[in-house]
Design a protein around this ligand. Structure first.
Ligand code: CP
Length: 315
């Protein structure tokens, strides 16, 4: 699972249906099922993470898989070991899957080309964050009862450095929604006209009639200096506030992949408002990652085809 571009719309719907099944399991008093008993997953996070790492760990454990977490500072990467040698070392321990987050775009692909086990991309540089886009899709799907056609999503903020924006543009378009982008010119990708989106520089106009706004934080760890003259001016011009929601479509919902910087890309009260689905995104993240671990870790096994059919859902 390297990016959502490898999935067709039916495969996306199958993942979302599987995740909906696991959402129900996550609402039970006892949330553990034996589905992946005996399987092992390495969580190799060479960049910081709260949501993605914890939810993959929780997802694996709820499916009874054994999970092993490795961070950059606790690994031999800091002693000069290469990513390739680290990956081959992990593979020698025979895990069924490796979940990787890395600051280099293409790191997950690099591993997938060298390893036999399943590789799941948990975010690579500014390239892709497929599991985030899928959990966002599950959040939209629940909000819109599965119907993305005719819906418009505004993605707001630092588009240039955002893997979340890239994966969401691909996935939302695939599912039939329209996508708008808004942000300062210095935080737009080099050729936004080549993306299947409408581009706005005025936030007020960008919000008119939208069914959802997805706010993004400034990815300062990926930015060169000098892209923004002043943080307060950025917040005034591109920070989402209650006034912007007045021109949006009725029922417009607010998403944010997190972590949020209150008062910068989004007004603090709005982040906590009834329109905000930010914590539902986190909840959906566990279910989507359970679905992905289940589907990818069982695909090569004899029971895979049965396990992936709706009637063969794990109990
Ligand atoms: N959305 C997201 O990837 O958050 P984390 O960096 O906390 O995992």
């Amino acid at each position: 699972m390297l990016d959502v571009s490898q999935l067709d719309a039916d495969e996306v719907r199958h993942i979302l249906a599987t995740a909906a099944y696991f959402r129900e399991i996550n609402s039970r008093p006892v949330k553990k099922v034996p589905t992946l008993k005996g399987r092992s997953v390495v969580l190799f996070f060479a960049e910081p993470s709260t949501r993605t790492k914890t939810s993959f760990d929780m997802a694996g454990k709820r499916l009874s898989a054994d999970t092993f977490a490795l961070g950059k500072s606790g690994s031999s990467l800091v002693k000069g070991e290469t990513l390739k040698d680290t990956a081959l070392t992990l593979q020698a321990m025979n895990p069924d899957g490796i979940v990787i987050r890395h600051s280099s775009s293409g790191a997950a692909q690099f591993l997938a080309e060298r390893l036999d086990c399943s590789v799941i991309n948990a975010g690579d540089g500014r390239h892709a964050h497929p599991t985030q886009a899928l959990l966002d899709a599950l959040t939209f799907s629940r909000q819109w009862k599965g119907d993305f056609a005719g819906k418009t999503v505004l993605i707001l903020g630092d588009i240039a450095h955002s893997r979340v924006a890239r994966s969401n543009v691909i996935l939302l378009t695939k599912l039939g929604a329209k996508v708008r982008l808004c942000g300062p010119r210095t935080l737009m990708p080099p050729r936004p006209d080549t993306w299947p989106v409408e581009v706005f520089s005025d936030l007020g106009k960008a919000c008119q009639g939208v069914d959802s706004v997805m706010c993004l934080r400034l990815q300062l760890e990926r930015q060169h200096a000098g892209l923004l003259p002043d943080l307060r001016e950025y917040a005034r011009t591109f920070g989402l506030g209650a006034r912007h929601m007045k021109d949006a479509a009725p029922g417009c919902c607010i998403l944010h992949p997190g972590p949020i910087n209150r008062g910068v890309e989004i007004d603090s009260d709005l982040a906590d408002s009834a329109e905000s689905l930010i914590l539902e995104q986190v909840e959906n993240g566990v279910a989507v990652r359970m679905a992905l671990l289940f589907l990818y870790l069982t695909r090569k096994s004899p029971e895979a085809s049965q396990a992936m059919s709706p009637s063969g859902m794990p109990e």
